[in-house]
Design a protein around this ligand. Structure first.
Ligand SMILES: Nc1ncnc2c1ncn2[C@@H]1O[C@H](COP(=O)(O)OP(=O)(O)OP(=O)(O)O)[C@@H](O)[C@H]1O
Length: 510
């Protein structure tokens, strides 16, 4: 196959001659007549070629084709810095080549298209798109139609678009309607919209597999459809933590090239019923209260989170409780090992091998059923207890709640913040916004876990909240996103003089 796909010839870009080579996994071109000895080669992984079109083609501001029979245009992923310390923006690169003959032009387009199919088998052909018109700044429709749809069209993706008219419409659609022919589901919105898709797809998959979601001992079936997130909400944490930037074009390009990022999902049960699925933050105490408070102030828009955070902090509450957890194997990884889960993460890859030993395609989750190990129990007064299946990084907290958490290793990080004086707690909160280690405080503990807790009784200002007796189980790699995690080159840590104090050790991630 490799030899069949190889093609090499001279091509022109304007009046400059280039040597273009398609070989193996790369397509590259080098200017040949350049006097300067530093001949620059542009090399694009075939998997990152977005599309190949005959003629001289532009797609922005709108599609135009100059149909010359010796020219072809290649669209590809081009990276640029986002200007912040994490995440690279992806943009649509474009180059127009001229060939000496039409025959050669047709050979190039045919070879490149075949290479695309061979090297990125997960590229979607058909997508189901849900737009929340009221998410974030209410720009979901505009973002999709002006930035995303032209790219999907260029890549030959057909999409069925549904603009939601009510909350939970997307979830209900996924639970009940025919999904045949779709390769993935895209949500245009924020974390709430993502959660709808998550619940709908997981529920549908278990229905079809005849599994009960309510039973925490059941190994759930991984979802066959990928999820794409076009960020258009007031909180887009799942997008940020899995792509590294909040940018609709970057996310659209990840969808187009069929990137695949598995994600752990935590199921939260109460008695014998499923309450929710969670991928980022499950929080009791402070974070739970902030959410409850913010719901009362929705009219403030995204500002409500800052306002509610301040109000809840000033109320200075703590909660008595018992937390039990089943620790994960400390030899595999630890929440304080100062690593970061980046694109191609080896810890997550080992989990993929363990969960799906014989196939790169998700089939069943049998090897994850056994839970050896001893439960640990702690009791006392807490400021907050959080469980997160990912770093939960966001623009306000670029390293996140648990900077070394993994997206797809089948574990979650349990953060226990014991009752402390208000300034101590403020220090803990503030460290989330800097590069200082928020776990390096005497009243904070963090544990990597598989299950939390068998019993958790919470006392809120002297009142027992019986509904908070829950059981959480982390399901390894239950869903897959059109993403690839934060890319290594992107994770350059902008510490400057703070280098010695940097929690991530900087050199580890450069
Ligand atoms: N048409 C609609 N009308 C009202 N609510 C909707 C509609 N479509 C989706 N929703 C709900 O809106 C909620 C918030 O949506 P989304 O996450 O897209 O935006 P957001 O601004 O980031 O919201 P938040 O920050 O409040 O989570 C979701 O829980 C979703 O179920």
């Amino acid at each position: 196959m490799e030899t069949e796909l190889r093609l090499e010839s001279s091509l022109w870009v304007g009046n400059k001659r280039y040597r273009a080579v398609l070989s193996g996994w790369h397509f590259n071109w080098t200017e040949v007549d350049k006097k300067n000895r530093d001949k620059k080669t542009i090399s694009v992984p075939v998997a990152e070629v977005v599309g190949v079109e005959e003629g001289r083609v532009e797609i922005l501001p709108r599609k135009s084709v100059e149909d010359t029979d010796k020219d072809f245009t290649v669209f590809y992923v081009k990276r640029s810095s986002s200007g912040s310390s994490y995440g690279l923006l992806w943009r649509l690169g474009r180059i127009q080549f001229s060939c000496p003959s039409r025959v050669l032009r047709d050979q190039w387009t045919k070879h490149l298209r075949t290479a695309l199919k061979t090297h990125s088998p997960l590229r979607p052909n058909r997508l189901l798109v849900f737009i929340n018109p009221f998410g974030g700044k209410k720009k979901g429709r505009k973002i999709y139609h002006s930035l995303v749809a032209p790219l999907f069209e260029l890549a030959g993706i057909s999409s069925h678009v549904i603009v939601t008219e009510r909350a939970n419409q997307a979830r209900d659609h996924l639970l009940k309607k025919d999904l045949k022919g779709f390769d993935g589901v895209v949500c245009v919105g924020g974390d709430g919209m993502f959660s709808e898709i998550l619940h709908g797809l997981i529920g549908r998959t278990q229905q079809e597999a005849g599994l009960s979601e309510n039973d925490p001992t059941v190994a759930l079936q991984p979802c066959p459809l990928h999820i794409g997130i076009i960020p258009a909400g007031s909180t887009d944490c799942v997008c940020y933590a899995t792509v590294g930037v909040i940018d609709p074009v970057t996310s659209a390009l990840h969808i187009i090239i069929g990137d695949s990022q598995p994600l752990d999902v935590c199921s939260v049960h109460q008695a014998s019923a499923l309450m929710r699925y969670s991928v980022s933050l499950l929080g009791y105490g402070f974070y739970g209260d902030v959410l409850a408070e913010s719901e009362k102030h929705r009219w403030m828009g995204p500002l409500r989170y800052d306002y509610s955070g301040t109000m809840v902090y000033l109320s200075n509450r703590s909660y008595a409780g018992i937390v039990q957890y089943l620790p994960a194997d400390p030899l595999l990884s630890s929440p304080r090992d100062r690593t970061r889960c980046l694109s191609g993460c080896s810890v997550c890859s080992r989990t993929t091998e363990r969960l799906f030993p014989h196939s790169s395609v998700y089939t069943s989750c049998l090897s994850f059923c056994a839970f050896p190990g001893e439960w640990v129990s702690v009791e006392g007064r807490f400021r907050c207890v959080s469980l997160t299946c990912m770093s939960s990084s966001c623009p306000k907290s670029p390293l996140g709640l648990s900077p070394s958490a993994h997206l797809a290793d089948g574990t979650g990080d349990l953060i226990l913040v014991w009752d402390t004086h208000p300034l101590g707690f403020l220090k803990f909160l503030y460290r989330h916004t800097s590069t200082q280690d928020q776990f390096d405080l005497p009243f904070v503990e963090v544990h990597r876990v598989k299950r939390v807790p068998a019993k958790s009784v919470w006392n809120c200002d002297g009142e027992i909240l019986s509904s908070t007796e829950i059981l959480c189980r982390i399901h390894g790699q239950l869903v897959r996103l059109y993403a690839r995690g934060i890319e290594e080159g992107a994770a350059v840590h902008n510490c400057g003089k703070e280098n010695d104090k940097c929690q991530m050790g900087c050199t580890l991630i450069k």
